[in-house]
Design a protein around this ligand. Sequence first.
Ligand SMILES: C[S@@+](CC[C@H](N)C(=O)[O-])C[C@H]1O[C@@H](n2cnc3c(N)ncnc32)[C@H](O)[C@@H]1O
Length: 336
Amino acid sequence: MTNERPTTVRLQKMSWAFTESAVLFAAIQSGFFTAVSTHGESSQAIADAMGITDANAQRMIVALLTMDLIEPDGEGFRNAPDVERFLVENTRSYAGRWISWFHHQWENWGKLGDRLQNKGPEQTLGFYNEGFTVEHARRYHQATSSVGLGAARKFLAEVDLSGRHKLLDLGGGSGAYSIEAAKKYPELQAVVLDLAEVVVISREFISEHGVEDRVSAEKCDFTSDPFPDGADVILMNSNLPQYSGEVIAQVVQKAYDALVPGGEMHICGEMINEDWHGPLIPAMCAIHGVLFNSTALPHRPSECIGYFEAAGFVDVSVREFIPDILQHITGRKPKI
Ligand SMILES: C[S@@+](CC[C@H](N)C(=O)[O-])C[C@H]1O[C@@H](n2cnc3c(N)ncnc32)[C@H](O)[C@@H]1O
């Protein structure tokens, strides 16, 4: 803490923060970064490639330079390295669908102040109850898979599943983790468990990746339905902050009971720091509880360890998976 007299500058900047999201969404939606990549030699060249006015190209260029999303390059401009890798269309690493996914929640976030007055009752499924259709699920998982497949490969580089035979992927969505696991381990069978609207889409992804002989998708609400037995690995990734501790503890207990002795469970989830101070994305994820009237709450690593140990897991540990976004907790069911 300094003794400097506070000013409104930090607060003013924060009140403008939504404009940064707006500019990022607009740049992705309009293919601006693709135009910078292919026609970055001048604002006019970018404008011509996009069919927009030079004035609008200049306005976007100033905003994007300020946000460090593009950089000066001689007389023209180039994308920052992460933008070039993930936000230029028609590349294998394109992740624009995920990075712009939350645009559809724009209006809901605008009502956050009003919704704070809600007094419940809260619905367990929250967001997933509100008009979740097959088409919505398809768009959702086209977005999640653009980052999920890479995350799954990273997970499998860190976790050795040799000798495992049956994996359950709770809330598996696009099936990214199951698909990559089946590709890596020819002996492994995987079952993606997800909501009815989603399994239609999971099956599309499974078939697209040619692993339908070993990966299936079944309808299951993991908060209320029983799990198939015989699994020696259970995953539940990117679902933690949509539910309260009570719900997660029940799911972890159900997973423990379904696992064969010696089996293992992994959750890669958005956790907040022990002191409640960040990181930003896990902190904001739990706001779903206000926006969608759900039980969503933030979870700390120590709380997650508590859910695992209360269920009976041993060798429980938490480590960073995706910095500032996902922590990885794992535990093992004892052999006897
Ligand atoms: C953010 S996506 C993550 C998908 C996948 N695990 C991954 O990491 O790529 C969350 C998924 O969990 C599913 N899900 C959320 N709540 C669920 C529930 N109660 N039962 C089954 N699936 C659920 C959603 O439908 C969605 O497909």
